[in-house]
Design a protein around this ligand. Structure first.
Ligand SMILES: Nc1nc2c(ncn2[C@@H]2O[C@H](COP(=O)(O)OP(=O)(O)OP(=O)(O)O)[C@@H](O)[C@H]2O)c(=O)[nH]1
Ligand SMILES: [Mg+2]
Length: 537
């Protein structure tokens, strides 16, 4: 029986795609395959995961569809290696010549992450402090700390970091040549496998840095790392599509000339072949981006229909937004008894979850938890997740959840507001919630400060302040409702229930002709009540 996997593969009879990272340099790539899941990851070139019978590995290239079968080329992985890997999975991990020697030492460097076995690469972080750069919210040290957290979330092991103050980034290598040499020394001393930059790098910078570091080390940037985490975390079809789209858009301008080996094989006679291949690859990638956009559009339409159906029952929708790890999912779980994954890692949630919350007085609202934000959030990710984020722009209230115990809470608030600015949501009422009050040194002082600023303090973990939170949500929702006074005939009991469910009833009176209610209801319900309204308050 053959192994079944989605790896760095290209089917027969189609143009093989250029791998986005230097492949494992092995020969004779030919193997029977069955592709059952396509993903696109910037960590291409590393087979992450266990390559055993019928088990998936991590990476994939475009140009193949799920369900395809045939003879394939696995870039950098010979048949013998793959066969051998069935008994010793770690054999195919690692890079080039180093690979086989690493087998034994590396076996203890696997860890289980999101249900998959991940090879824990050694990473080195690099940050640049550019003078005069506007919109910088985090200091370089804080940004690097966050990058280390991101690396940890992605399953990498951070072995060191460095930073540099620069007037302007070097167009060739982003950092100065002295820094390049310093990092090179660190790479050898610490056995570094991946160097991660805290800012987005151009294709040229990535290539030059990889060359300068010796070719055996991968270079990537913050955006690629975030995309990698999203790729690992995407659990639903829609999230996978969105991540795949963002990854392809990230890769498109970064496709580099990797087909020079063809020129070498042809004795240098086929000049410019590498260049042509890039054009072919770019075309393939563009076609796939187009196909993905179409598929996402159809998912979006479906979502819209679902939302419209939901809107016909006018229960107000309240969306939780905030920095990653602020405690949004914990708050949703606490209020609704849902069991959305909440953990002390970045980007635990990618897919929106909506649950019904009922307040003591009978009023209900829908609470939606969604993807967290981060500073320097890649724009293509915001664009790709627009469908998901649309939920936010159609809600009645945005609850901005802040981890007030975090030393950078204020900067995180600014970073979230920056993303919200991009989402066109300024007309939606907002409520600020300071979460994790239990973790602060002086909760009483924080509470006073919150009151001054109109924020609600709570602890999603122990439930403190939840009642005040629900009251504040209700008050904010009421601001957006229409005051009504209506007489509901006794044979319209259902309607009366709906009013209690989605509106705020302040007075009820039983008269001969029906139940007279005074209160506030959402606009669509107010329209429904028009024939029964006594007068507009
Ligand atoms: N001490 C304390 N910890 C909390 C509180 N709320 C959440 N946490 C913890 O903070 C971590 C992150 O919580 P999540 O609910 O996953 O955060 P999130 O905002 O959904 O994060 P993303 O999904 O990554 O955007 C978890 O380890 C929670 O247990 C709180 O009120 N107090
Ligand atoms: Mg979450």
């Amino acid at each position: 029986m053959r192994a079944s996997f989605s790896a760095i593969v290209a089917p027969l009879n189609t143009t093989p795609c250029t791998p986005l990272r230097p492949p494992l340099h092995l020969k004779q790539p030919r193997f029977h395959f069955h592709v059952h899941r396509i993903s696109w990851t910037p960590r291409i070139g590393h087979i992450v995961g266990v390559l055993k019978e019928a088990q998936e590995v991590e990476t994939a290239v475009p140009g193949i569809a799920a369900g395809e079968e045939g003879e394939i080329g696995i870039n950098g992985s010979a048949v013998e290696t793959v066969e051998a890997a069935r008994d010793s999975p770690s054999r195919v991990l690692g890079k080039g010549k180093k690979m086989v020697q690493e087998v034994d030492q590396s076996s203890d460097r696997f860890k289980l992450l999101n249900g998959r076995e991940i090879f824990e690469e050694k990473a080195y972080l690099v940050g640049v402090d550019c003078k005069g750069k506007e919109d910088v919210l985090f200091s370089i040290e804080d940004s690097l700390k966050e990058l280390a957290q991101l690396a940890d979330t992605a399953g990498l092991s951070v072995v060191g970091s460095t930073s540099q103050k620069l007037g302007a980034p070097n167009p060739r290598t982003y950092i100065g040549s002295g820094k390049v040499s310093e990092i090179k020394t660190a790479i050898h001393a610490l056995d570094v496998e991946t160097v991660i930059f805290d800012d987005e790098l151009s294709a040229g910078q990535l290539r030059n840095l990889e060359k300068a570091f010796g070719g055996d080390v991968r270079v990537c940037d913050r955006t690629a790392l975030i995309l990698d985490i999203f790729n690992q975390r995407a659990a639903t079809h829609e999230a996978s599509l969105q991540v795949a789209l963002a990854q392809m858009e990230y890769q498109l301008p970064r496709l580099t000339k990797m087909w020079t080996h063809l020129e070498r094989q042809a004795g240098g006679k086929v000049k410019g072949m590498g260049e042509k291949q890039i054009e072919v690859d770019k075309r393939i990638l563009r076609t796939q981006i187009g196909a993905l956009r179409k598929e996402l559009e159809s998912v979006r339409q479906h979502r819209k229909q679902y939302r419209n159906r939901r809107l016909s029952v006018p229960v107000p929708v309240v969306s939780l937004v905030g920095y990653t790890n602020a405690g949004k999912s914990t708050l949703l779980n606490r209020l609704t008894g849902a069991d959305v994954l909440a953990e002390d890692r970045l980007f635990a949630t990618l897919d929106p979850t909506t649950r019904r919350v009922q307040i003591n007085n009978g009023m209900e609202f829908l609470l939606t938890d969604t993807v967290g934000f981060i500073q320097k959030l890649p724009t293509m990710l915001v664009a790709a997740f627009r469908a998901t984020l649309e939920e936010i722009s159609e809600s009645s209230l945005l609850v901005h959840v802040v981890d007030i115990s975090h030393p950078l809470a204020l900067q995180q608030i600014d970073a979230v507001n920056k993303v919200l600015d991009d989402l066109d949501v300024e007309s939606i009422p907002k409520l600020m919630v300071w979460n994790k009050i239990d973790k602060t040194n002086d909760p009483e002082r924080v509470k006073i400060e919150a009151e001054e600023k109109g924020a609600i303090c709570l602890s999603a973990i122990n439930g403190d302040g939840l009642e005040q939170f629900c009251t504040a949500v209700q008050a904010k929702l009421k601001d957006a409702m229409v005051p009504v006074e209506a007489c509901i005939p006794y044979d319209k009991g259902e309607l009366l229930n709906t009013i209690h469910q989605v509106g705020i009833v302040e007075e009820t009176e039983y008269t001969e002709s029906g139940t007279v209610i005074r209160g506030h209801v959402p606009f669509p319900l107010a329209r429904l009540l028009t024939p029964m309204r006594l007068r507009l308050a």
